[in-house]
Design a protein around this ligand. Structure first.
Ligand SMILES: *Cc1c(COP(=O)(O)O)cnc(C)c1O
Length: 484
């Protein structure tokens, strides 16, 4: 018997690391990052290609542990400078946030507690808080009692989960026997996020059973949807779901949910709204009208890690009827889940793909407590106003051209110089321009293909970006463009 088994020697080090001073040393690196980026002095991103960055870390896995000082030094010198500085005021790129500090400071607590959302017994407070936050968000969406949902890793998982639930509603036996040789079809706007087509493939429907509906002004054309649904009805084809987009990835446009919900009601079809990006408009008295009709959807994907500026991961799926989500995962693991018949199951593991799952709800809850719906709405409205400022500047300047008027916080535009180049040459120029500009370190933007053209794209979701930053970014782009 090993009755004299001593504690592991490493425990001493672990206990020393648990001290608040050590914690503060790590946290102060994050605080330095917040301060440095505020000052605009640093580059927005790296100019090093992957091979160079990779060489920096090219060493064997350490056999012996190292000193905290050496690790903190490496975080400062090797990690921070060449990461993307989303908190830099001239970062206006992808739809991922320079995160809200109160939510960031919650992360060490979430990690320390390490609750798992699979079952109530593993996360007593985490589970009830997840239900609480979901319930707040359901209220904002206009869902009544009986609604529910789950946090997810993001919009991709939220939409996948929603479509799994929709599949269960149309094909209750699919869980046991698969989708068969004649699966139902799904309809979505031609501009829908790839999460939608990906889900169709993952769920066994196959890509060919996704019918894209053409857009008008970058939004699903309800007349085209009506025609498609009528045609499917007369041909006897089953329809699993219609997916509408609230805040499209390319242009931030909102489908007409009210009209689409009406058609889905007429045809008895599941409406899923991908509001991963645009859901946060529900926080804003000025912008919530963009989602009119969302309360008639059966499921809604809404990412707090987009316009609510929560550090990832924090995605969310809301369902009008919690039972839809229960039915989606009709698998039962009796060793984990024990709901008595008729009693509401608190365990969220029956409503989510994951088994172990972080209590990401803590940081969402803290952000809501700290900044309030009004604070987050103020941010949301500022981002939309800022996108309008970019649009006005672009329209005013002869060397740029706007591709659309912004409906939210995203704008696509392109550099046209003296307008002597044709479209193909401009595609090439704008492609190169974006790469060169981002490498310069001055700012960071994205690009996309829109209506067949290569265009520049900015997402305004950085509270530090000012009107003068917007002008600086356009000046910076023009300067790089002239050098090409
Ligand atoms: C961001 C986004 C997604 C994907 O969400 P993730 O959180 O990145 O998984 C899906 N749809 C839309 C409209 C989005 O903006």
């Amino acid at each position: 018997m090993m009755t004299d088994l001593a504690p592991p020697e490493i425990l001493e080090k672990i206990e020393a690391d648990a001290d608040a001073l050590v914690g503060r040393a790590f946290v102060s690196i994050a605080a330095e990052y917040f301060a440095q980026t505020r000052a605009r002095a640093d580059r927005v991103s790296t100019a090093h290609p992957p091979a160079e960055l990779s060489a920096r870390f090219d060493e064997p896995a350490p056999r012996a542990g190292r000193s905290l000082e050496s690790i903190l030094t490496r975080l400062r010198s090797d990690v921070l400078p060449d990461s993307n500085h989303l908190c830099h005021p001239r970062y206006v790129g992808h739809q991922i946030a320079g995160p809200l500090p109160a939510a960031v400071w919650t992360e060490p607590i979430t990690a320390a507690l390490n609750q798992s959302l699979a079952v109530f017994e593993m996360s007593p407070v985490g589970t009830v808080l997840e239900h609480r936050v979901i319930s707040w968000m359901c209220d904002l969406a206009g869902f009544a009692t009986g609604s529910g949902g789950t946090l997810t890793s993001g919009g991709t998982e939220a939409t996948f989960t929603a479509l799994l639930a929709a599949r269960g509603a149309v094909l209750p036996d699919a869980w046991a026997i698969g989708v068969g040789a004649d699966p139902p079809v799904m309809l979505c706007g031609e501009h829908a996020h790839y999460a939608v087509t990906r889900a169709a493939a993952e769920l066994g429907l196959g890509l060919r059973n996704v019918l894209p509906i053409r857009s008008r002004d970058h939004k699903m054309d309800p007349d085209a949807l009506r025609q498609a649904l009528d045609q499917l009805r007369s041909s006897g084809k089953r329809v699993m779901a219609v997916v509408a987009t609230a805040g499209s990835t390319a242009t931030g446009s909102f489908d007409d949910l009210h009209a689409i919900a009406g058609l889905c009601d007429d045809h008895g079809v599941w409406l899923h709204v991908d509001a991963a990006h645009g859901g946060s408009a529900l926080l804003s008295a000025r912008h919530r009208h963009l989602l009119r009709g969302v309360e008639r959807a059966r499921s809604v994907a809404w990412d707090p890690h987009k316009m609510m500026l929560i550090p990832s991961q924090a995605g969310m799926l809301l369902v009008r009827n919690e039972r839809d989500l229960d039915a989606a995962f009709s698998q039962r693991a009796p060793y984990l889940f024990q709901g008595n018949d008729g009693e509401r199951v608190w365990d969220q593991g029956t409503r989510n793909f994951a088994c172990s799952r972080r209590a990401d709800v803590f940081k969402v809850w803290v952000a809501l407590l700290r900044y309030g719906i009004d604070g987050l709405a103020e941010l949301h409205d500022y981002f939309c106003d800022l996108a309008r400022v970019v649009w006005e500047e672009v329209v005013e300047r002869p060397d740029f051209e706007a591709m659309h008027e912004p409906e939210s916080n995203i704008l696509c535009f392109r550099y046209v110089g003296d307008r002597s180049l044709d479209d193909e040459a401009l595609d090439q120029l704008n492609r190169e321009l974006r790469e060169r500009y981002n490498l310069s370190g001055h700012g960071w933007i994205t690009a996309t293909n829109l209506d067949g053209r290569r265009v520049l794209r900015v997402t305004m979701m950085n509270p530090r970006t000012t009107v003068s930053d917007v002008r600086d970014i356009l000046d910076g782009l023009a300067m790089v463009a002239r050098s090409l």
